[in-house]
Design a protein around this ligand. Structure first.
Ligand code: ADP
Ligand code: MG
Length: 218
């Protein structure tokens, strides 16, 4: 169960500079890996390439020796829905619907039944300490609670891979520690967890660190 990149090169458009080039790395399952480097170095970009939201300019992303970069659109969407949980910097909960409904949404995309998903979603919200808020709209929850809900959302399909983009970027230390702990638990259950971060607190808690600027500049 290995997520790898081989000779990965990316530029947004022909003529624009390469964000990274010939980057090779193996992201171990069961571990928390940090993608670090200064703002603008390409952390989010690499996470989007790993999350199959952007296609590499050259090189490949593979999982269990199967190239993901050559999947067609339909196969790519299916892989993403089933195997990848993505956490954005701002939890992006739907303001007009109960938190539970936002949590189960990726499961609906994966073709699972809403009834079953609501049961699992409630368990996950309980796991992240939000069982009592499941039926409430997110208007009154804090940023920290929102990010915990985002972790529950990322876990709804029991994905093998979790990708988190600055998940603690807007949180105070205590809330960052809670989210970090949830990500560590997700990794200890055997998942591949990759966190883009420039927060030394998060970086120090990760098992592996890949510094994009350093990889690029030698
Ligand atoms: P980080 O997450 O490390 O701050 P990003 O991956 O967001 O870095 O951005 C890396 C570089 O790519 C930056 O120079 C940024 O301006 C550029 N970039 C980001 N998105 C786009 C885009 N859609 N088109 C062109 N350039 C982009
Ligand atoms: Mg970023």
């Amino acid at each position: 169960m290995t997520l790898r990149i081989d000779e990965l090169t990316f530029r947004y458009k022909t003529g624009l500079p390469e964000i990274f080039s010939h980057l090779s790395y193996e992201f171990p399952a069961g571990k928390l890996t940090a993608l670090t480097g200064p703002s603008g170095c390409g952390k989010s970009t690499l996470l989007y390439v790993l999350g199959l939201m952007l296609s590499p300019t050259a090189g490949r992303v593979s999982y269990n020796d199967k190239s993901l970069s050559e999947l067609d659109d339909c196969q790519r969407s299916a892989f993403r829905a089933r195997e990848i949980g993505f956490i954005f910097q701002d939890s992006e909960l739907d303001a007009f619907r109960p938190i539970l409904e936002s949590v189960i949404e990726p499961g609906l995309y994966a073709g699972l039944k809403a009834t079953k998903l609501r049961r699992i979603g409630l368990q996950l919200l309980t796991h992240v300490g939000l069982g009592d808020q499941a039926e409430q709209k997110p208007t009154h929850i804090s940023g920290g609670q929102g990010q915990r809900a985002a972790v529950a959302r990322a876990l709804i399909n029991d994905p093998a891979i979790i990708l988190a983009d600055e998940p603690t970027g807007n949180l105070d230390r205590d809330n960052a520690a809670i989210v970090l702990d949830l990500l560590q638990t997700a990794a200890s259950e055997g998942r591949t967890v990759v966190v883009a971060t420039h927060d030394p607190f998060v970086k120090d808690a990760c098992d592996c660190v890949i510094d994009i600027a350093e990889e690029r500049d030698g």
